[in-house]
Design a protein around this ligand. Structure first.
Ligand code: ADP
Ligand code: ADP
Length: 229
């Protein structure tokens, strides 16, 4: 069955001081368990809005949004989210930041720390575990944010331009390495990017949105051979 179900989704923002904006119209698609779907489209087409609704961070205007059979009205523990800019807690070290989901969900701290160290190595942050966010560059903070989103192996991972702030080399490296993790862990991923090559490289399917209001223009299945080890 489908792991994520979006049906007839509409979103209208109604700011108090300006005219309403229809950000999403008639959004309809499902994502199978373990599938990697990218969402692409021009700036302002509603990509961030769609992810925030999936993450339970903002309300929808109409339609259904279900993850693992549950109506998404608020954030649910099966979901990890990576934002465009890292949102690390400044008073906590990098390792302590990455451990937040383990603590919040009361998971095994020892296993969590071991997983955190693996991810830290994978994203090239070894040696920075005990530094504070302000001691790291923006790109390094972003990589720490990715570790935090992955540390508790969430069944569903939502990512909003997670590599946007990274230099081209790091971005390429992260794409290749993280694709392997995602395949191994069987995570269901919805990934927002404005890079079509990145979407094609990573995804099983690409959802293309058009703007004003954000509607699905097309859904493209990707059947390229991907590198495996
Ligand atoms: P993106 O990089 O995805 O295009 P923006 O820079 O357009 O995002 O928006 C950044 C944040 O500002 C978004 O999270 C959105 O919620 C908020 N935002 C965008 N447009 C408006 C608006 N017209 N009024 C109020 N908030 C907005
Ligand atoms: P994208 O991520 O594709 O750039 P967004 O989801 O950020 O698109 O925005 C979609 C549309 O909704 C834009 O027209 C944006 O200005 C508007 N918008 C986003 N957030 C808000 C908000 N908080 N209040 C009002 N309008 C918003």
């Amino acid at each position: 069955g489908s792991w994520i179900e979006i049906g007839d989704l509409q979103k209208v923002y109604r700011p108090r001081r300006s005219a309403p904006t229809q950000a999403l119209a008639d959004i309809d698609f499902t994502v199978k368990r373990g599938e990697f779907v990218s969402v692409v489209g021009p700036s302002g087409c509603g990509k961030t809005t769609l992810l925030k609704i999936l993450a339970g961070l903002i309300p929808r205007t109409e339609g259904t949004v279900r993850i693992a059979g549950r109506d998404v009205l608020k954030p649910i523990p099966e979901v990890g989210m990576v934002f465009q800019a890292a949102t690390l807690l400044p008073w906590r070290t990098i390792l302590q930041n990455i451990m937040v989901p383990i603590e919040v969900q009361g998971l095994d701290a020892k296993a969590g720390r071991a997983r955190a160290r693996e991810l830290i190595e994978l994203v090239g942050l070894t040696g920075f575990e005990d530094k504070y966010p302000s001691e790291l560059s923006g790109g390094m903070q972003q990589r720490a944010g990715i570790c935090r989103a992955l540390v508790h192996d969430p069944a569903v991972l939502l990512m909003d331009e997670p590599f946007g702030a990274l230099d081209a080399m790091t971005r390429e490296h992260m794409n290749v390495e993280l694709l392997r993790i995602w395949r191994e862990s069987g995570q269901t991923v919805v990934f927002v990017t404005h890079s079509i090559p990145e979407a094609v490289f990573l995804s099983d399917r690409v959802v293309v949105l058009s703007s004003r209001p954000g509607r699905i223009a097309e859904i493209i299945p990707i059947e390229l051979e991907r590198p495996r080890d």
